[in-house]
Ligand binder design. Structure first.
Ligand code: PRT
Ligand code: ZN
Length: 283
């Protein structure tokens, strides 16, 4: 069977997390900054290191079978690719932002204004949907300085912490799209045996990230209350301790309401709570 190719960003915001994800999937490869392609020694896969803007088209055209890229780039390039897995990193929002001094409240008030962006396709669709007749000024970078230079009334750019907007005297006005890194594939590639194997590994790594392994000690009399608070993978393991009447409970707790649950467990009588990261969860 032919060796699959996956395209990831060569350098930039998604590079490190993409490499980390593939390594956590057990793939062994060199990550030299100078190389454009790297073979994986223990899986039939080659890794192509590219500029993120090129990844969707490379995947659509079959030069790469798979890719990891921001959804914003996929939507902007209007390619036909399959979304195989949302990856939960590279999260950001494409927002329209306006100068702090601007006093508008409704998106319709953008009509007649100019908006600078590097995302003319996504912005164009958004404005059309909302029936707003604004002028899109497509520029190639440093969008945030354009209102200050008098080049546009507003901007449409990616925002994560909001720091860039703030330091340029801008405020977020409306959300155009939310984005994160996605694993994409050439249409139909999802049925390939090795793609299914890779996706299964990716999903087990992602599941592990969403949970923590917890061991706690509790008196047998309080065990019932504690078990009600624990979803676990199936049910928690309960191991007797040397001290009469006490047990250790091993379980898995979701990251999203982690502290609430830990506090409830402490109130239920749990002691000596130890929390450990999980590498993989395989069903
Ligand atoms: O060289 P190459 O073309 O591969 O990379 P690039 O420079 O085009 O992209 P890069 O590495 O900056 O971003 C890659 C992807 O990361 C994007 O396509 C998004 O999917 C995702 N991402 C997540 C972001 C951000 N967060 C982000 N904050 N991409 C860009 N930004 C920029 C934004 O454009 C603005 O200039 O960061 C600034 C705002 O950040 P805050 O934190 O100040 O709000
Ligand atoms: Zn780019």
């Amino acid at each position: 069977m032919k060796t699959l190719k996956i395209a990831i960003q060569k350098s930039g915001r998604l590079n490190e997390k993409s490499v980390e994800l593939l390594k956590n999937c057990g793939l062994d490869f060199d990550n030299y900054k100078s190389s454009l392609i790297s073979g994986v020694s223990n899986f039939p896969l080659e890794i192509l290191f590219l500029r993120d803007d090129d990844i969707p088209e490379y995947v659509q055209d079959g030069i790469a079978d798979l890719g990891i890229v921001g959804e914003n780039v996929i939507q902007e390039t209007e390619v036909e690719v399959a979304y195989l897995q949302r990856l939960g990193f590279g999260k950001c929002s494409l927002k329209i932002a306006i100068p702090n001094s601007y006093d508008i409240e409704d998106v319709s008030e953008l009509s007649g204004k100019s908006i600078a962006t590097t995302y003319p396709v996504i912005l164009g669709k958004y404005l059309k949907e909302k029936n707003i007749n604004a002028e899109i000024r497509t520029i190639s970078g440093s969008v945030e300085i354009s209102p200050g230079l008098g080049l546009s009334d507003a901007i449409c750019d990616l925002v994560s912490t909001g720091g860039t907007l703030k330091s340029n005297g801008l405020k977020p006005f409306c959300n155009v799209m939310s984005s994160e890194a996605i694993m994409i594939g050439k249409a139909g590639i999802e049925n390939h045996e090795h793609v299914q194997e890779l996706l299964q590994r990716v999903q087990s790594v992602l599941r592990a990230k969403e949970t923590k392994y917890v061991v706690l000690n509790i008196h047998k009399d309080d065990l019932g209350k504690a078990i009600e608070l624990l979803p676990g993978v199936k049910s928690p393991s309960v191991v007797p301790l040397a001290e009469e009447g006490w047990v250790a409970v091993h379980t898995v707790i979701p990251e999203n309401d982690f502290w609430d649950r830990i506090n409830q467990l402490r109130q239920a009588g749990a002691q000596g709570i130890t929390v450990m990261p999980i590498e993989k969860i395989i069903f």
